[in-house]
Design a protein around this ligand. Sequence first.
Ligand code: IPM
Ligand code: MG
Length: 360
Amino acid sequence: MSAARPRRIAVIPGDGIGREVIAEAVRVLAEVDRRHELGLEFEEGLAGGAAIDAVGHPIPPKTVELCRRSDAILLGACGGPKWDRGPRELRPEQALFTLRKTFGLYANLRPAIVPPMLLGASPLRREIVEGADLLIVRELTGGLYFGAQSRTGEREHAAALDTLPYSAVEVRRVVRKACEIARRRPRRKVTSVDKANVLETSRLWREVATEVAREFSDLTVEHMLVDNCALQLVYNPKQFDVIVTENMFGDILSDEAAGVMGSLGLMPSASLGDRPPGLFEPVHGTAPDIAGKGIANPLAAILTTALLLRYGLGQEAPAAAIEAAVLQALQDGCRTADLAGGRPALGTAAMTDAVLARLH
Ligand code: IPM
Ligand code: MG
């Protein structure tokens, strides 16, 4: 099954352990490409702290152009203490915001699962997390992150303002995306999360989500207030299937979900719009404390390649094969230091080798 045309992957290693785990992810993609003849082509671009050091800007136009010419973007984490002091437009995170906005990546998918062999890694009791499998769909191009900000006055007269705008169009498209994804999952349930008892944007969110639910009568769609959702994720995470929510709530709840599952080192993410390129990145950060030591866990980055294949290139078979190989490696006892609980651990490259050896 030879691909009709080459598929270009923009590879942006980023900073810290991002560079290390993305190199491993590319190794996995290259192997899958060899076996499935997908016609992948990799081209590297600069972003984040690495770009600030090289050209004085977190996301040079050349990188944006590379992404525009690409079918998918594979990104490591960006940032680190070295670049924390710059002005807002010159901080590494700006690279993320530019990519999200430029390519209209309004839906950010963050799956959180606890594989049976890692139940012990969750801070919650086994019976609470066993079998939990949820997907957070976070709105990514609106709300507080992109609303007007201002600062006035000094010292005791200082004041700051962030604004939280949402339009019905923005709400509708992301809730629809969440419902379409829920349709492909066995439980077919969507929890729309808001703060409709307080915020006007949340009241709009709930109205629109209720309308969208009518288009998906085969799904169960429920509404939940964000504070209750934060609590329910700890009490009973198994009740959730797909959670859809606005940008800031999604930022917070997705970290909570990863923590509850004990699996930040396993969490991939996909940011999608209505057309390519989608952006695919592991959820974890740059971990400056362990960068350069060759011990970072590459599994979130490797699982990210599965999302890239599935949602970015429509290649389900190799995506599922990668996920199965990761689970098999874990099942066989392969662990990086973050999951080894003090026992002997595999390094970044050796863990990738373990996955490659189990790829069918
Ligand atoms: C995330 C991160 C970013 C965000 C930061 C680095 C700006 O926390 O992707 O969740 O808040 O969106
Ligand atoms: Mg976050």
